[in-house]
Design a protein around this ligand. Structure first.
Ligand SMILES: *Cc1c(COP(=O)(O)O)cnc(C)c1O
Length: 217
């Protein structure tokens, strides 16, 4: 589906639910996609992209950043502490801060480098064993801990369980963000971004609906 179609679906949903036009940012999730599809979207003038692996992003984006101005890059996948420095140099926003050790590492590197990306905390709203993220019961304490470390935490992010109605998880995430005075909400993907907008998403992460199915073979 062309990017412009996704953008108009976003606008329509903002209007339908009475939100300010343009209050939802679209992250074009380019992971695994062939380079020509990514370049096509850059050539249309689009500049906000998401990747879920530091290594893959490092192999692709430095070159693209040298060719296209004003790219805004979002890390939406898990971050290992030993890749934190590299990620902090490459990404403008990290959505997946999810444990004290990582928060402390980011804070230390931010001190050393004099620079920190904008940050969001990933919440495991479905309390799934295999999924990353802070448990809902631990969110308030972890937000406070990040603030004590001086980290620029702006919002919360979630990936709802595949087999549950995502709106319930989006609503829960919005409630946790509200009570912690966090303005940003990263939630919603190709199959459910309109429902995320209805619950207050400020960043939706859309991959396959823009670029086509990912080929992992
Ligand atoms: C891959 C991915 C997306 C995009 O998924 P689509 O279903 O292709 O839109 C969104 N968020 C995260 C965290 C992802 O890893």
């Amino acid at each position: 589906m062309p990017l412009s179609d996704i953008q108009s679906r976003i606008s329509k949903e903002e209007t339908r639910v009475g939100r300010t036009a343009g209050s939802t940012h679209l992250i074009a999730v380019s992971k695994v996609q062939p380079l020509d599809r990514v370049v096509a979207v850059l050539d249309q003038g689009y500049r906000i992209f998401g990747e879920n692996k530091v290594q893959e992003a490092a192999g692709k984006w430095p070159d693209l950043k040298s060719k296209y101005d004003d790219i805004e890059l979002h890390l939406i996948g898990p971050l290992q502490t030993n890749k934190a420095r590299q990620a902090m140099g490459l990404f403008d926003v990290i959505h997946t801060v999810d444990r004290p050790k990582l928060a402390k590492t980011i804070a230390r590197i931010a001190q050393e480098e004099g620079h920190c990306p904008r940050l969001m905390i990933q919440v495991n709203t479905g309390e799934e064993d295999q999924k990353a993220g802070v448990l809902p019961a631990d969110v308030d304490a972890f937000v406070a801990e990040c603030r004590d470390l001086g980290l620029p935490v702006e919002g919360l992010m979630c990936i709802p369980p595949a087999d549950e109605e995502p709106s319930l998880h989006f609503a829960l995430l919005a409630k946790m963000a509200r009570r912690n005075d966090l303005p940003e909400l990263s939630m919603g993907m190709s199959s459910d971004f309109e429902r995320a907008i209805a619950q207050g998403a400020t960043y939706v992460r859309v991959g396959s609906a823009i670029f086509g199915e990912r080929d992992y073979s």
